[in-house]
Write a protein that binds this ligand. Structure first.
Ligand code: FES
Length: 90
């Protein structure tokens, strides 16, 4: 056990669901899909911004360099995972 194992949760505003981030899914988009939460997607590599979603609170980290630049307060769920507990506007 290390200090970095604090429980991270992901809240989806549309459904009101708060889910644990277990690391089972590579990205926030995969987690959403696994729970039938609809987020539109296109390239799924951070380039098209089709999946752009409000990041209401918390921090995310990107898995690779992304071509699109999400505005502050938004994120690209296809290419990121939570760095802290997050609340998404999806
Ligand atoms: S689906 Fe293209 S940036 Fe996320």
């Amino acid at each position: 056990m290390t200090d970095t194992n604090e429980a991270i949760t992901v809240t989806f505003a549309v459904t009101g669901e708060t889910l644990p981030w277990t690391g089972e899914h590579a990205t926030l988009l995969e987690l959403a899909r696994a729970h039938d939460i609809d987020i539109s997607s296109g390239c799924e590599y951070g380039d098209c911004a089709t999946c752009l979603t409000d990041l209401i609170s918390g921090e995310v980290e990107y898995l690779h360099a992304i071509g699109a630049t999400p505005d502050p307060g938004t994120c690209l769920p296809c290419s990121c995972r939570p760095k802290s507990s997050v609340s998404l506007g999806a």
